[in-house]
Design a protein around this ligand. Structure first.
Ligand code: PDD
Length: 285
């Protein structure tokens, strides 16, 4: 069977042997955090950046790691190897562990780290042909900078998008575009890139950070400023980014505003440069 080895605590064991307590706080309260890292040619991409954010999410939620972040990285590498992943993802989460259900958490509680790895190819079709999106209100809490397990606002939005035959939901808060349900959002206007600043209202994506660095290298102006749904509608190009998608062009938006977009030269250039970074990373391993 595929994906048969998982990380449970600090051990790599068979998936069938996992037993999670009914009162794990992740299960009862969504009290936990996670990261998704892409594996290219057997090597995780931007592992250090992902685990820096993992530590930041833990600290913002007053959670302690049960062992060092270096050990988490080692266990992640073991997990990838055990499952013989060439291209795919590794998912690592940490909950505040098990205790009799009560809203009040104890700071001493023992966190539980778990993870799995899965084979997956980058979504070539979406990257090439682009995706349709649906713009809907951002109903999430005010700490979207934390990669927490609480994803109801995201999953509900994704369902709404799928119900309109769209591949991603774009979110807006009172007319300001924030991000996608599982991606960051960029628009291009007059060859300049615009994206929401890395505040509490979005997740500061690792892919987003690569893109911003690339725009610097390429001499493309990037404006990390809030932009409106009207500006989204009037954009020359639109694209989204994430670990699993890299960069996907957006070809249309429906819902709160409607527009269609060409797949433009700025999007294509950034896609290509991000692929170059990924290739280089593999050479340097
Ligand atoms: N999601 N914003 C949200 C709300 C996300 O869930 C994600 C990624 C991103 C992009 O972040 P990054 O570039 O670091 O992947 C932005 C992951 C892939 C997921 O939940 O599966």
């Amino acid at each position: 069977m595929e994906n048969q080895f998982v990380l449970f605590g600090n051990q790599i064991i068979e998936r069938d042997h996992v037993s999670i307590d009914m009162e794990d706080r992740g299960y009862n309260f969504g009290d936990g955090i996670y990261e998704v890292v892409y594996i290219y040619g057997g090597e995780p991409f931007s592992l250090n950046e992902h685990f820096r954010r993992f530590e930041e999410s833990a600290s913002k939620l007053d959670m302690k790691l049960p062992y060092s972040i270096e050990q988490v990285k080692e266990k992640t590498a073991e997990l990838i190897k055990a499952n013989n992943i060439h291209n795919g993802i590794v998912y690592i989460q940490m909950t505040r562990g098990a205790s009799p259900r009560a809203h009040l958490y104890e700071r001493e509680s023992a966190s539980l780290i778990t993870g799995f790895a899965r084979k997956m190819d980058p979504p070539a079709d979406a990257q090439e042909k682009g995706i349709k999106t649906y713009l809907t209100p951002d109903i999430r809490w005010l700490r979207c900078d934390i990669k927490s397990l609480n994803l109801l606002g995201n999953t509900m939005a994704k369902r709404i998008a799928a119900d309109h035959s769209c591949g991603e939901a774009l979110l807006h808060r009172d007319g300001i575009c924030t991000e996608g349900s599982s991606s960051n959002l960029f628009i291009v206007k007059n060859n300049e890139v615009h994206t929401h600043p890395a505040t509490n209202l979005i997740l500061n994506g690792i892919t987003r950070q690569h893109i911003i660095e690339i725009t610097g290298e390429e001499g493309i102006t990037v404006n990390e400023e809030p932009f409106t749904t009207e500006e989204l509608q009037a954009a020359d190009e639109v694209f989204i980014s994430s670990t699993t998608m890299e960069i996907a062009p957006v070809i249309s938006v429906e819902g709160a505003v409607q527009a269609t977009y060409p797949i433009g030269s700025v999007t294509r250039r950034l896609q290509e440069k991000l692929k170059d970074r990924i290739k280089q990373h593999r050479v340097h391993q």
